[in-house]
Each structure stands twice: as structure tokens, then as C-alpha cells.
Design a protein around this ligand. Structure first.
Ligand code: GAP
Length: 447
């Protein structure tokens, strides 16, 4: 095997290990698994939903709570169909698609070799390919009981439009002045032709988007500021800097609404791929909504005495992709000398379980003391009580799901009230008094 092939196979193995860990330990399950699953849809299990909520919380904190210039919003998934005409999605949100007449497989025309496209030859079976046709990625459904064109509605393919149509509602109700932003976390749906790589590209996913409204002429300055801010956020949640980079969009890559764009990319086992897009959307969105709705969406800037349509800088992150990046970034196999331990080195704030409380043995009052400690932590943090199996195995189980601390009640606890605190990353242990456990966690679990 060549060096390159070995590296690819190691990376494939890494993905397989992460997918397997996610299922085994209750992070992520195939949707509708008992029916054989449904393609490109995933369910977050008990630990997955905690991790996902923590990622969303870390984003909301950085974007809304820690700033003075951003408001939150939670708009409906279903919107007036004209929204998607105004946004350009009905016309432009398409991928070129070709079908094989023999094996019936479907391909994105821009993802198969040019030679095959030219010869109309299926890359799988050599059969004849159809002419490329535009395939709109929006999911369509009907509002109410009548299933005709007049009742078509779409599942939103991005959360951004819910923000644009509420621009005026938010700035008037919150007495905001430009520059300011609106942040939203929510589900989006795309009928992707080639989903895959686990939760990387799915048909139902969650976005964390922020739209920042600025005075025209200041847009590129804000674009640069947001590019930096968003890069820093990934470092803050513990992503290794060498795993992150920017990718600037060339003119042929720019979305129909953008005048400038950068992706923040992460090095996944299957290559460098987009985590988040930062776009200068100019006045495209508000102008289009003004045109299609007939409502004046201009803003009067009393600082300069001018009326204008604000420009928008967008930061658009995928929650599921971030979660996959967080898992890949955290996954480690360490040779302890006695065994290989699997450990998720998650940022403590993101870890699904913050601490495990363990009685060393199930006798001499140790379970009672451990249970009391567990109960005192429960109102503040997601914690876990475990008294089954050897202490070594219990530590390994917590390492594998990324629990940053284990508190163990042992025979010394019975004498002086101290417990051991085991650090997930170093495996080092120290002793603290049982009455200090809550403060210890409060100090360590910060963002
Ligand atoms: N509002 C702009 C927008 O939606 P995008 O680059 O199409 O821009 C933004 O999507 C982010 O949403 C991506 O960087 C990615 O993290 C996430 N995303 C997009 N499509 C996805 C899919 N099919 N599955 C999972 N995440 C997706």
C-alpha cells in the first residue's frame, strides 16, 4: 500500500470509529433505524443532544449575550412562498443533475468527470446519461388540504430569510440603530443530491446564522471584523488552529447574493471542508424583499441624515458540521503503557456530562456519600452516578464520552471527607474536600 493510500485508509478508519462510538455511546443514531433507516437523516441521542445544545449555547453566548449589538430571533420554518421568489431560491437554488438511463443512478453534473459528461457515459455502469437539468434543492409541501400549485410552501433551505423579513420588526420593537445584528438558530432543509459523510451533508440540519445590518460603504470593514470574530470562536471551543483555515470564494464560486465570501474550513478525515460561510450580501436581500413585498424596508440613519437600504454581513454556521468537527478534533487514542484508551478531549463546556461521581466500592457508606455529592451537583450540571464495574473501567467509560472530571469516594473520604478528582486529559488525581466539589466544577466549566 502506498503512503497516500495508508493515510486515506487511516482517515476512513477514524471516521468509522467516530460513527461507531456515536452509536454505541448514545450520541447519534440513524433516523428511523428499525425501518432500515432513511438516507441522510440522523437522530441525536441522549449524549448527542447535550453536546449539540452546548455548542448552540456557546454560539448564543458569544453572539448574543456577550455583545451589546445583537438580538435573538426564532422565526417559523414555513414562510410565505414569495419569500423564496424574492430571495432567488426558486430560480437559483439548483444543482445540475444527470440520470443514468441504465442503472438509474443520479449524479450532480458538476461532480462527475468532464469526459463522462461529454460522452454522456455513466461513471458507474457506462450506460447512457440524460442531458443535465436543473434540480431545485428546496423541499416542497402544501399548506392546508388542497394539493395544488397555489398552496405550495417550502421548508426553508436557510434560516437567514426569517431574519430579513423581520428586520423592521426587530429594529423598531428593540429601538435599535445600525449597525446591529440578529441571530437565529434553527432547522433548515435541502434535498441534497449527494448527501453523505455521516452528519456532514444531510437533508435536515441546523444552522446558527447571524445577519449584521450596516451602513453601505462600511460593509467590507464589518465583513473583515466578522471573519476574524468567527474564526476565533472555533478556537475558543477548542478546535486546534492547524485544523482550521479560510477559503476565499473566487468569482465563479460566489452565491447569487454575495459580493464577497470566505468559508471557514476544517480538516475532516475526508479533507478540508466548509464549516461556516461569511458573506457580504450587500443590499440584495432587503432590496429584493422590498421589491416583492411592496413594503419600504429602507432605514433612516439620523447620524448622517440619510435613508438607505442596509447592507448585510452574514455569518452562517452549521451546527451539525461543527459537532462533527468537534468530535473529530477531540477523538484520541492514547497508549497508557497497559492499554489503548479512547478519549474525547472535549472542551469542558461542550462535554455532554461534566462529571461522574463514583464510589470506589459498594460498601462502607461510600455509595451514600457519592450519591449525596451527585445530588448536590445535579441542579447545576449534567452529572452521572456510576457504581458498576471496576473503577478503571468506569474511568474509561467516562473518557470515551469526554467527561472532564471524575470524583471518587474512597476509604480516605470516610476519614477526612476528601474525594479524588481525576482529570480526563492527564489522568492525574488530586484530593479536595467533598464540600468543595461544586465550586471546583463551577470554576472549571466555563466558556
Ligand atoms: N444563509 C447562507 C447559507 O445558508 P450555506 O453556505 O449554503 O449558506 C451555511 O450554508 C452553512 O450551513 C454551511 O457552512 C454548513 O455548515 C451548513 N450546511 C449547509 N448545507 C448543509 C447540509 N446539507 N448538511 C449539513 N450542514 C449544511
Amino acid at each position: 500500500m502506498t503512503k497516500k493510500n495508508t493515510a486515506t485508509s487511516n482517515q476512513q478508519q477514524l471516521m468509522d470509529k467516530i460513527v461507531s462510538l456515536c452509536k454505541r455511546r448514545g450520541f447519534i443514531f440513524q433516523s428511523s433505524e428499525i425501518y432500515g433507516g432513511i438516507n441522510a437523516c440522523w437522530d441525536y441521542g441522549p449524549l448527542g443532544v447535550e453536546l449539540k445544545n452546548n455548542i448552540k449555547q456557546a454560539w448564543w453566548r458569544a453572539m448574543v449575550y456577550e455583545r451589546d449589538d445583537i438580538e435573538g430571533l426564532d422565526a417559523a420554518v414555513l414562510m410565505h412562498p414569495k419569500v423564496w421568489e424574492a430571495s432567488g431560491h426558486v430560480e437559483n437554488f439548483t444543482d445540475p443533475l444527470v440520470d443514468c438511463k441504465s442503472c438509474k443512478l443520479r449524479f450532480r453534473a458538476d461532480q462527475i468527470p468532464e469526459e463522462n459528461l461529454k460522452l454522456k457515459k455513466c461513471p458507474e455502469c457506462g450506460g447512457e446519461l440524460t442531458e443535465p437539468r436543473k434540480f431545485n434543492l428546496m423541499f416542497k409541501t402544501f399548506m392546508g388540504p388542497v394539493e395544488d400549485e397555489a398552496h405550495v410552501v417550502y421548508l426553508r433551505p436557510e434560516t437567514a430569510q426569517g431574519i430579513y423579513v423581520n428586520f423592521e420588526n426587530v429594529y423598531v420593537s428593540m429601538r435599535r440603530k445600525i449597525p446591529f445584528g440578529i441571530a437565529q438558530i434553527g432547522k433548515a432543509f435541502r434535498n441534497e443530491i449527494t448527501p453523505g459523510n455521516f452528519i456532514f451533508r444531510t437533508r435536515e440540519f441546523e444552522q446558527m446564522e447571524m445577519q449584521y445590518f450596516v451602513r453601505p460603504g462600511t460593509d467590507m470593514e464589518w465583513f473583515e471584523k466578522w471573519r476574524e470574530e468567527r474564526f476565533k470562536w472555533y478556537l475558543r471551543i477548542g478546535i486546534k488552529p492547524e485544523k482550521l483555515r479560510f477559503h476565499q470564494h473566487g468569482p465563479d464560486e460566489l452565491a447569487h447574493y454575495a459580493s464577497a465570501a470566505y468559508d471557514i474550513q476544517f480538516e475532516f478525515p475526508f479533507g478540508w471542508q466548509e464549516l461556516e460561510g461569511i458573506h457580504n450580501r450587500t443590499d440584495y436581500d432587503l432590496s429584493r424583499h422590498q421589491q416583492y413585498s411592496g413594503k419600504d424596508l429602507s432605514y433612516f440613519d439620523d447620524e448622517i441624515g440619510q435613508k438607505y437600504i442596509p447592507y448585510i454581513i452574514e455569518t452562517s454556521a452549521g451546527c451539525d458540521r461543527t459537532l462533527l468537527a468537534v468530535l473529530v478534533n477531540a477523538y484520541d487514542e492514547e497508549d497508557t503503557g497497559k492499554e489503548i484508551r479512547t478519549v474525547l478531549r472535549l472542551h469542558p463546556f461542550l462535554a455532554p456530562i461534566k462529571a461522574a461521581v463514583l464510589p470506589l466500592v459498594n460498601r462502607e457508606n461510600m455509595p451514600q456519600i457519592a450519591w449525596e455529592i451527585y445530588k448536590s451537583l445535579k441542579p447545576h450540571f449534567k452529572v452521572f452516578y456510576d457504581d458498576s464495574g471496576s473503577i478503571g473501567r468506569r474511568y474509561r467509560r467516562q473518557d470515551e464520552i469526554g467527561t472532564p472530571f471524575c470524583f471518587t469516594v474512597d476509604s480516605q473520604t470516610l476519614q477526612d471527607g476528601t474525594v479524588t478528582v481525576r482529570d480526563r486529559d492527564t489522568m492525574k488525581q488530586e484530593r479536595i474536600h467533598k464540600s468543595e466539589v461544586l465550586d471546583f466544577l463551577k470554576e472549571k466549566i466555563t466558556f
